[in-house]
Design a protein around this ligand. Structure first.
Ligand code: NAD
Length: 482
């Protein structure tokens, strides 16, 4: 991609543009540390223009027939599918994930446009019985302009997860991708225009969080905000939204447990547990980053996982191995800092615990898959690391398993592994999380609601519930007596 490629421009009102002050930033291939494109960096003025453009477009888009909005989104899905390989490769090169995970990301993004395209004409109101003299009904209306701030770890999936339901319900969108990985979403927005989305319905303003992100979240013309990212920035976005009395949906971090009871079918469980921490090099909000294992099987489980983790293959995203790089050297230093602190806190390292030699070979920041055993309460066992670091904690009984599982400030997802049906449901009931998989991890899909409890955030995306953040209810009461 050349530095002047339109994919490196802002997209406002359907037109690719440079930033108003001519500023730009380099986006880096995390596998090699090399710059792959220069991207325009939106200024406060650019964000202003994008919000005004989205507002103007929303007047017409909200009046379009729902079935027409749905057809446009389905056409977007089809065009994205035609560009599946290209988009997967772009996501892989820009975010570092192995190619098959880039393909999974674009397939999920396609599904969001397909799913919400199908839902656009099925958004129903209610009638409320108030007696013979009154007709009372509700309608569900779009907010107007939805601001969507996206992190770098899964741009395609998270961007589509917000844009598709917002557009299906008649809102228009101003999206700010992360400056670490903006390219795939810029390309999606360009293709969406080609597929028939009206200019101004989906605007993209790449740039820094402190300028473009802050300007967007504080903008008085924004009517709803969807933020996915860290707790620290999420609370700033929520404070900015509060000043404008604007609803906000927050999808934040996690420290999600796989809870393995002694009667687990390990043959099935271990590969899934392994993938849940190695996918995207552990840089996943819903990574299975804690392993709670019952004492009677702890030695066997930890022994087998140590073998599997040390055999994992590591290399650049395009080589499509088990593990790609971390997003940046800074993230690499953070991950190693957390592991080093853990060692000082007395955790036992079973494998890994250091940057991988591939960092020297390829130039990116690679980290060896790491398995440590900790007691509950250490920082490494409680805090999000966002790297391929699995923290094992041993428990004796169900009561202790639930107590450890709930022993962090997060509550995003969990996995419960047991052949005992009653215990599986008891534990699913008691674990504080927005989603629990039984004998699986990260189950569900585009069709099922997703979101956090506690400091993992609030509000639900995905599934039929995923339209709720983008709709407000209006009640209409008709006096029929005169
Ligand atoms: P981040 O909070 O640093 O950045 C997220 C986005 O916010 C980026 O686009 C960034 O540019 C922008 N931003 C930064 N400062 C801002 C400001 N002051 N005002 C407005 N916007 C600003 O997060 P990250 O490092 O990109 O992503 C990692 C975090 O995201 C992790 O905590 C992870 O768990 C979380 N995450 C959550 C989910 C989920 O669905 N729950 C999914 C993916 C990632």
């Amino acid at each position: 991609m050349s530095p002047t490629s339109p994919n490196g421009s802002l997209l406002i009102g359907g037109r690719p543009r440079e930033a108003s002050d001519g500023g730009s930033f380099a986006t880096i291939n995390p596998s090699t540390g090399e710059a792959i494109a220069r991207v325009a960096a939106a200024t406060v003025d650019d964000v202003d223009e994008a919000v005004a453009t989205a507002y103007a477009a929303s007047r017409r888009w909200r009046e379009a027939k729902p079935v027409e909005r749905g057809r446009v989104l389905q056409a977007v899905a089809r065009l994205l599918a035609e560009h599946r390989q290209e988009l997967a490769r772009l996501e892989t090169v820009d975010s570092g994930k192995p190619l098959r995970q880039g393909l999974a990301a674009i397939d999920t993004a396609i599904r969001y446009f397909e799913f919400y395209g199908g839902l656009a004409d099925k958004i129903l109101g209610t009638t409320i019985p108030l007696g013979a003299g009154v007709l009372d009904y509700t309608v569900r209306e779009p907010f107007g302009v939805s601001a969507q701030i996206v992190p770098w770890n899964y741009p395609l999936q998270i961007g589509a997860r917000g844009a598709a339901p917002a557009l299906a319900t008649g809102n228009t969108v101003v999206m700010k991708p992360a400056s670490e990985a903006p390219l795939s979403l810029l390309r999606v927005a360009t293709l969406a225009l080609e597929a028939g989305l009206p200019p101004g319905a989906l605007n993209v303003v790449p740039g820094s969080g402190s300028v473009a992100g802050a300007a967007l979240s504080a903008h008085a013309g924004v009517n709803q905000i969807t933020f996915t990212g860290s707790i620290e920035v999420g609370t700033q976005v929520m404070a900015a939204a509060a000043r404008n009395v604007v609803p906000v949906l927050l999808e934040l971090g996690g420290k999600s447990p796989n809870i393995v009871f002694a009667d687990t079918d390990l043959e099935t469980a271990l590969p899934i547990i392994l993938r849940s921490i190695l996918n995207n090099a552990g840089q996943t909000c819903s990574a299975g980053s804690r392993l709670l294992v019952q004492r009677t099987v702890a030695d066997e489980v930890l022994g087998r996982l140590t073998e599997l983790m040390s055999a994992a293959t590591i290399g650049p995203g395009v080589d499509d191995l088990d593990l790609g790089p971390l997003i940046s050297d800074r993230q690499g230093a953070f991950v190693h800092g957390m592991v080093s602190d853990g060692i000082r806190d007395g955790v036992e390292v079973l494998t890994g615990g250091a940057p991988a030699p591939q960092s020297e070979t390829f130039g990116g920041s690679f980290y060896s898959p790491t398995l440590v055993v900790s007691k509950p309460g250490t920082a490494i066992a409680r805090e999000e690391i966002f790297g391929p670091v699995l923290v094992a904690l041993v428990f004796d009984d169900e009561e202790e398993a639930v107590e450890i599982a709930n022993g962090t400030e997060f509550g995003l997802v969990a996995g419960v592994w047991t052949r005992d049906v009653a215990r599986a449901h008891r534990v699913a009931h008691r674990v504080e999380a927005g989603h629990v998989s039984i004998n699986d991890f990260g189950g569900g899909g585009v069709e099922t609601p997703f979101g956090g409890t506690r400091r993992s955030g609030f509000g639900r995306e995905k599934g039929v519930e995923g339209i709720n953040p983008y709709l407000q209810t209006k009640n209409v009461s008709v006096n029929l007596t005169h």
